[in-house]
Write a protein that binds this ligand. Structure first.
Ligand code: GEM
Ligand code: ZN
Length: 378
C-alpha cells in the first residue's frame, strides 16, 4: 500500500504505513506558519475485501482541534464523487476507515471535497466565454499564480457594484465551489431574475484569492504564512499582494455590496457574519443585513440565522478582516459567508455532508437574494 500527497492541494505526512489496519499519518503545517488542519492524500494498493484504518495523529494540535468532534472525513474513488467516511476524534487523533469496494485499488481522502487548480482554470475559461464576462484585471500571488478579477457587465444601465471574493483561507475549498455556482448560473440565458439583477449591477468576482495556499494544501495562510483575512489594514507587496490587488481594484471601481466566502471548521450550519462591530455601522446597514438574511431564509436556501459567530460589540470589530474593512471603507452591506466543513444540520445529508454541489446551489440562491436587494443597497 502506498500513500502520497505530492499533488495539487495534497497534504499528509506518513508516520507508519506498514500495517493497513493502523496507518499512522500527520498533517503538515502551512508554509511559514504554525496553522494546519487541511489534509488530502491518495492511497494506492488497497487490498480488496480488507478493512483499512487511518489515524491522523496530530489532529489534537491542529488550528481548530475542538472542531473534529462530529466531523467525518471526505473520500473518493475517482476524485469526482465524494462521500463521507465515519470518523472519530479521540486521544488527539482523527481516525477513520473502510472496507473499500472490491473493484477499487485506489482512494483519496480529504478534509473537504477539493477544488483543483485545473478546475479553476477551466472555470475561468468557461466564465470568459459567457456573454458580458471579461477579465477586469489579474493580480499575482507571492509565488506568481494568477488571481483573476472577473467583471460581469451586461447592461449599460447597471450602476451598482457587487463584489464576491473567495478562498482567502486556502483550505476552505467550499468557497470556490460556491464561485462555480455563481458562474454556472451566469450561463443560463433564460434567467430573467438574474437579468433583472444585471440590469442594475455589475458583478466583480475573484474565484480564488489564495492560489498558492490552495495548491500547497494549506489551511489558513498564503505562501508567506500570512492569514489574508487579517491583512486588510496592512496589505503589502511582500506578505499579502493578493489583498493589495483586490483593495486597489475596489478603490478604483467602488463597492455597493461585498461577500467574502469562507468555510467554518466547527459550526455545522451555513451562516453569515456582518459588520455590527464597525465604528460606521448604521441602522441602515443593520436593516439591510437583517433583510438580506431573512430573504435568504425565505428563499429556501440552505441557510439559517440561529447559529453563527458571536456578534461583535459596537465599535469593537476587527477591521483587519475583509468583511469589516470593506463594509467600513465603502459604507456598504458586507458579509462573511460561512459554509461548514461538516454538514448543514438543518438539512443533513450523512452520505455527503456539506459538499461542492450544495455550495454551488447556495450560490445560485444567493444571487436571487442579491437581485431582490440590489435596488435598496444605497
Ligand atoms: C473568519 S471571520 C471571523 C468573524 N468573526 C466574527 N465574530 N465576525 C476568520 O477569518 O477567522 C472567517 C473564516 O475563517 O472562515
Ligand atoms: Zn475562512
Amino acid at each position: 500500500m502506498k500513500i502520497s500527497s505530492d499533488f495539487d492541494s495534497g497534504n499528509i505526512l506518513v508516520q507508519d504505513a506498514s500495517n493497513p489496519h493502523k496507518v499512522l499519518l500527520a498533517m503538515r503545517k502551512d508554509l511559514n506558519s504554525d496553522h494546519f488542519q487541511w489534509f488530502h492524500f491518495r492511497v494506492d494498493g488497497l487490498t480488496p475485501g480488507a478493512r483499512h484504518d487511518f489515524s491522523i495523529t496530530n489532529a489534537g494540535q491542529s488550528a481548530y482541534s475542538h472542531a473534529w468532534t462530529g466531523y467525518n472525513a471526505a473520500a473518493s474513488y475517482d476524485q469526482q464523487t465524494w462521500f463521507r467516511v465515519p470518523s472519530r476524534f479521540e486521544n488527539g487523533a482523527l481516525s477513520f476507515g473502510l472496507e473499500p469496494e472490491p473493484e477499487h485499488e485506489q482512494i483519496w481522502f480529504a478534509y473537504f471535497e477539493p477544488y483543483s487548480r485545473e478546475r479553476h482554470a477551466s472555470l475561468i475559461a468557461k466564465a470568459l466565454a459567457l456573454p458580458g464576462v471579461e477579465l477586469q484585471a489579474s493580480g499575482r500571488s507571492i509565488e506568481g499564480r494568477d488571481i483573476e478579477l472577473l467583471r460581469v457587465h451586461r447592461h449599460a444601465s447597471a450602476t451598482r457594484k457587487v463584489w464576491i471574493i473567495a478562498q482567502q483561507h486556502p483550505g476552505e475549498h467550499m468557497a470556490e465551489w460556491f464561485m462555480e455556482g455563481i458562474i454556472r448560473r451566469l450561463g443560463d440565458s433564460a434567467d430573467s431574475e438574474l437579468d433583472a439583477l444585471l440590469q442594475q449591477a455589475d458583478l466583480y468576482l475573484v474565484p480564488n484569492m489564495n492560489p498558492d495556499g490552495a495548491f500547497r494544501g494549506h489551511l489558513r495562510t498564503n505562501a508567506a504564512g500570512q492569514d489574508l483575512n487579517r491583512a486588510w489594514q496592512s496589505a503589502s507587496t511582500e506578505r499579502s499582494p493578493e489583498v493589495l490587488f483586490v483593495q486597489q481594484a475596489m478603490r478604483e471601481i467602488g463597492v455597493d455590496l461585498f461577500l467574502d466566502i469562507h468555510g467554518d471548521e466547527e459550526i455545522p450550519h451555513v451562516f453569515t457574519a456582518g459588520c455590527e462591530g464597525n465604528p460606521g455601522f448604521t441602522p441602515r446597514l443593520e436593516a439591510l443585513e437583517s433583510e438580506f438574511r431573512q430573504r435568504l431564509v425565505d428563499s429556501g436556501a440552505e441557510f439559517q440565522t440561529r447559529f453563527g459567530y458571536p456578534r461583535s460589540a459596537p465599535g469593537k470589530a476587527n477591521l483587519n478582516l475583509a468583511c469589516n474593512a470593506v463594509g467600513e471603507e465603502f459604507d456598504c452591506l458586507s458579509f462573511t459567508l460561512e459554509m461548514p466543513f461538516k454538514d448543514h444540520d438543518d438539512t443533513p445529508n450523512p452520505q455527503t455532508g456539506w459538499n461542492g454541489e450544495r455550495s454551488m446551489k447556495l450560490a445560485a440562491d444567493m444571487l436571487g437574494v442579491i437581485g431582490q436587494m440590489v435596488d435598496r443597497l444605497r
